[in-house]
Design a protein around this ligand. Structure first.
Ligand code: NAG
Ligand code: NAG
Ligand code: NAG
Ligand code: NAG
Ligand code: NAG
Ligand code: NAG
Length: 740
């Protein structure tokens, strides 16, 4: 009796809490961002509680509504709030911004040889092994061969992070030196039994791409066989798991940055993105800003929404925004018909055929006549096919995604799918499968329709050399939509069909019906490009440990190889071009940017003094007027030069002021040359820069004039090169006119 009463009381309490407490209907998670950390004498936790209490009124509800306090690297908190409370908190002293918690998404090896970094490359082993790269990702599978710590020295003394153990995660080693997870959004089913383990494969793939060790004979079921390795094999890794089943929440991303910066990482890599928004309502812009203030460069993926324009993400100027390029290797899968014809398609088929030929049928002919599905049998839509007609056969399907799942479930022997959109990605299928172009598809279908016993076989994938680099079709393009005068993406790196480490807890395709598990996998996305740039940045840092984030970024950008442009829009996709890590170690000149210069830029972008004061931190009140630029140094000292014009504009005139720092031989003479498109006139003043000593700075200005033709192209571009006959320091100039 007493026991049941107790249960009753407890449940009553829960019910009240649900209605009136922190979980009341309408309460939603928000992030309250408060800029830099206050002085040591202030307790941020008390401060956060007081703000909540003032806005909410009830002590207990205020306590329960708080989800998390950030206070290691920047100031802020996450809490469940009602609309009125959001407004009251927005007006509280010390608050920069309040924004709802949203979800970000993942931007789902020969590549280093291709980038001119052979295995025999000169390395700064001692410094390199002291570099720690932090990843915000899906976790890590430490047992992957890429993370074997044999031969590694002790963990760098500067490391302040920890290794959190948990489900399927027994600990770290001297390669993977730190691992944590953040699962503040408890509505995600993936956060149950949480640990830093990688159940997805993405985090293991990105981190081994940047810093995996040399692994001989790596391949995916024999495909793409070779030595797999990261850009800086001696560097250390720290994983901050912030992505779960539904995605990566703002709250978790911020917690990841808060800890990574405080733990002492040297670089951060984030292959995650979302709709671009105001910098201080965007967890990635906020986190990377505070990382930059501590001298940490963050590289981020540009997004996978190409070939459409205005799709680039992670566009804050202190981020290294990375586009995806194709390398000189393509995966081809051959289909032979029994009539001797053969067709080649871009796909990854890990299966070797067990028989010479298999019966072949089309989805149209394998239709389930009694099916109640509204789907289309020609496209092999789910539920439209007859199991008995599919079993043991290769099925030809119009449509290029998901058919392999249906065919596998029905016991088919393979799937030939038809490419209906531009793709250069080789997808891995669940059954023997390939993609063919529509013209070849027609021929295969004709053969099926006109042959008594049509038969075919799909061969295991082979690799082929192709001309490269080129921008991957899916890589997001500019112009960016937040800071219109900063060209994004910044740079391109390999992101197409990349072989790297994988988690054995995930299947090769990520589908549970797939029973293939591998320690290496081939994946595409700007997610894969980003860690290549991170690895390259770490390589540069191992030679120049004292360079600022902007200096490293400048070195990578001005030494990149301009990309061959196939379509006009691709110019909005590749930034400075393909990274060239070995050249980036000796850039000659750098375009440096200090934290103060970024603050000045934010003032120009319209952030007011209150917000600026909080970002700078400290007690002193700041006014944007205090950050006035010296005459002739207006604007951000960005390595590229960019302006967006309104639609209908014709004549334009723009001046860019820049300052370069001599980091090469000390005494040098640089001469400017410009290659520009018709319709664009570029003059550089002065045209010669004389340097007498190392670290000397020289300023110049670039005046750009021209006119767009009424129905002409929307882009006019030029390339500025400073050359001292040893170094070539390149800047892209791109003027964009918006469409009506
Ligand atoms: C741990 O790994 C096993 C497979 O080895 C898997 O079935 C299980 O779901 C994993 N648990 C967690 C919490 O990741
Ligand atoms: C055909 O579709 C019906 C209705 O969806 C289903 O019950 C039946 O099992 C299917 N037949 C075959 C042979 O797949
Ligand atoms: C089925 O899909 C194919 C290819 O997408 C299309 O050509 C055809 O018209 C569709 N048929 C029906 C009945 O919708
Ligand atoms: C093959 O036959 C199917 C079903 O009868 C028909 O829809 C399709 O158009 C035919 N295709 C060719 C290339 O003959
Ligand atoms: C700055 O902006 C915030 C919010 O946009 C506003 O509440 C505040 O009053 C502004 N401060 C000044 C000094 O203009
Ligand atoms: C610039 O310098 C490079 C050496 O890095 C040299 O090969 C090249 O010809 C020079 N280009 C120009 C335009 O002077």
């Amino acid at each position: 009796m007493i026991q049941s009463l107790l249960v009753f009381v407890l449940s009553l309490h829960i019910v009240t809490a649900l209605i009136y407490g922190s979980d009341a209907p309408g309460r939603k998670p928000y992030i309250v961002y408060m800029g830099d950390l206050p002085g040591a004498e202030t307790s941020v936790v008390d401060d956060h509680h007081n703000i909540l209490l003032t806005a909410i009124g009830d002590e207990e509800v205020a306590r329960e509504s708080k989800i998390y306090s950030y206070g290691k690297s920047f100031n802020g908190f996450a809490a469940r709030l009602l609309p009125g409370e959001v407004e009251r908190i927005s007006n509280s002293e010390g608050v920069v911004s309040v924004f709802p918690n949203t979800l970000h998404q993942l931007h789902t090896t020969r590549s280093w040889d291709f980038l001119g970094m052979p295995k025999t490359l000169i390395r700064n082993f001692k410094t390199e092994s002291n570099i720690i790269i932090g990843f915000l990702d899906t976790g890590i599978w430490v047992n992957a061969p890429s993370f074997d710590d044999k031969g590694y020295g002790p963990i760098p003394a500067k490391w302040k992070g920890i290794c959190v153990k948990g489900a399927n995660f027994t600990g770290c080693n001297r390669k993977v030196i730190g691992a944590r997870y953040f699962n503040l959004d408890s509505s995600d089913p993936g956060t149950k039994n949480a640990s830093p383990v990688d159940n997805d494969g993405h985090g293991t793939h990105t981190s081994s791409t940047a810093a995996g060790i040399h692994v001989k004979g790596a391949s995916l079921y024999g495909i793409a066989k070779g030595t797999a390795r990261g850009g800086v094999p001696s560097a250390r890794l720290a994983m901050y798991k912030v992505c779960w089943t539904f995605g990566c929440s703002d709250m978790d991303l911020l917690a990841g940055f808060d800890h990574a910066i405080a733990d002492g990482v040297d670089l951060i890599s984030v292959s995650i993105g979302g709709e671009p928004r105001d910098f201080f309502q965007d967890p990635i812009a906020i986190g990377t800003f505070h990382a930059m203030k501590k001298g940490i460069l963050t590289s981020c993926s540009a997004g996978n929404d190409g070939p459409y324009t205005s799709t680039v993400q992670n566009v804050a100027p202190w981020i290294l925004t990375v586009a995806a390029s194709g390398i000189d290797r393509q995966f081809k899968t051959l289909t032979n018909l029994n009539n001797g014809k053969k067709f080649s398609g871009i796909a990854i088929n890990t299966f070797s055929p067990k028989r010479k030929m298999y019966p072949l049928i089309s989805g149209a002919l394998a239709v389930n006549v009694t099916s109640d599905s509204y789907g289309n049998a020609s496209s092999c839509d789910y539920g439209t096919l007859d199991k008995n007609k599919v079993k043991g056969k290769i099925v030809y399907c119009l449509g290029n995604g998901g058919q392999d799942y249906t065919i596998k479930e029905l016991g088919g022997a393979g799937a030939i799918m038809v490419l209906d959109a531009m793709t250069d990605i080789a997808y891995t299928f669940l059954v023997p499968g390939t993609l063919v172009i529509p013209k070849d598809g027609k021929k295969i279908e004709h053969y099926i329709n006109t042959t008594k016993n049509p038969q075919a076989v799909i061969r295991k994938t082979r690799t082929l050399n192709v001309r490269a680099p080129f921008v991957a079709s899916f890589s997001s393009r500019g112009p960016q939509t937040v800071s219109l005068n900063i060209l994004k993406p910044d740079i391109a790196a390999p992101g197409l069909d990349i072989l790297a480490g994988y988690s054995k807890l995930a299947s090769v395709t990520g589908e549970s019906i797939d029973k293939r598990h591998a320690v290496f996998n081939i994946v595409s996305g700007t997610s894969m490009a980003c860690p290549h740039a991170t690895g390259a940045a770490a390589y540069v840092k191992s030679f120049h440990p004292d360079w600022s984030p902007a200096a490293i970024k400048s070195a990578l950008m001005t030494t990149a190889t301009p990309m061959k442009i196939k379509d006009v829009d691709a110019e909005l996709a590749s930034g400075s071009g393909e990274i060239n890590p070995t050249k980036a170690v000796h850039p000659g000149l750098i375009y440096d940017i200090s934290s103060t210069a970024y603050i000045r830029f934010l003032c120009k972008e319209g952030y007011n003094s209150t917000a600026i004061g909080l970002l700078v931190g400290g007690k002193k009140k700041y006014e944007c007027s205090e950050f006035k630029a010296a005459p002739g140094t207006d604007g951000l000292n960005y390595p590229n030069m960019h302006t967006q014009l309104k639609s209908g504009s014709s004549k334009f005139f723009a001046t860019f002021h820049r300052t370069v720092t001599e980091v090469g031989s000390g005494k040098s003479v640089y001469k400017a040359t410009v290659k520009s498109q018709r319709g664009l006139s570029v003059s550089v003043l002065p045209r010669t820069l004389n340097f007498d000593r190392l670290n000397q700075k020289k300023s110049f200005k670039v005046v750009v004039k021209g006119g767009f033709e009424q129905n002409g192209p929307q882009i006019l571009s030029a390339l500025l090169e400073w050359n001292d006959s040893t170094h070539s320091v390149r800047s892209h100039i791109l003027i964009y006119r918006a469409t009506a």
